[in-house]
Design a protein around this ligand. Sequence first.
Ligand SMILES: [Fe+2]
Length: 277
Amino acid sequence: MTTNHQEFSQDGYFTHKFETLSALQEIREICESMAKAAFPEQYTSLDNYHLIDIDSKAHDDFQYQVFTRLNDKKLHHQFVNQNLNFFISLFGPDIDIQTKTYIRIARPGKQLDNIGMHRDIDYGNSAYEISLSLPLINQKAGCGLSIIPKSHLFIDQKTQQLNREDVERGDTKNEMGFLYAPKRLTGIKKEQEKCICLPFGSGLGFTLGLIHGQEENTSNMTRWSIDFRVKNSFHPVNKNLKHDYYTRFNQGILTELAKKFYQVNPDEFNLLTNIVN
Ligand SMILES: [Fe+2]
C-alpha cells in the first residue's frame, strides 16, 4: 500500500515521496522555459514568478499556454507510468487517469489565482477517485494546498453557490479548472485547515470527498503545482462526468483475458452485471 496507508484510511489524505521524477522534472523545465520566453526581461525563477509585472489577462493567457503545452505532451501520464507500482498498490492494475492535468499558478495574496476550499464531489467527481497534487517547487509554509483531515466524514455539508465574474462556463479559465459558479462550503473554520507544504518530488493525494483547496497563498513564493485525478477503471463515476474526462491508462492481465473470453462467448457476457466498458 502507500507509504502512509493508515493516515490515508483514517484522515482521507496521504503524502508520498515518489521515486522516479524525470517526467515531473520535464514538466518543471517546460514551465521554466515558457516563463523565460514569455517574460524575458523580468523572469528569474518559478518561485518569484509573482514579481513579474503583468496584468491579469497576460497571466491568464500565459497559464493557458502552459496548460496546453503540458497536455499536448501528456507528461502526467508518463509520470504515472514511471511510478506505476505505487499506483497499482492503490488502485490495482486497471487504472484510469484524468485526460488533462491542471497546472496551478497561485501568486502570494492573489485570491483569484485559487479556487478556495471545496470538495470535488460537488463538481461531478465521485469518492472512488483521488486527486494527486504535485508541487513543481519546494513549498514553504503557507504555499501548499490545505486540507481538512477527516472531512470526508462530515455530514450534511452545506454549500452556497457563488458567481465568479472572471470565469465563464466553457472558457479557457474554466477549462483550466477554475469554477464559474463555485460552491462555497459554509461553516468551515480556518483552524480546521491543515496546510500541506511539500518539496518537489512529493505529492499530496486525497479522496474526493475531502475538503481541500487554497483561499490565498500566504507565503512569499508562487505556488506552481500540477494535479490530476486517478481511479480504478471499474469504479463508479458521477453521471455528469464528461465521457473524455478520464483516459484508460493501464489494463490488468485478468481484464485482458476476460475481454477476450467474452468476445468469443457473448452469451456468457449477458450473464454479467455491474459492467464497465
Ligand atoms: Fe479540487
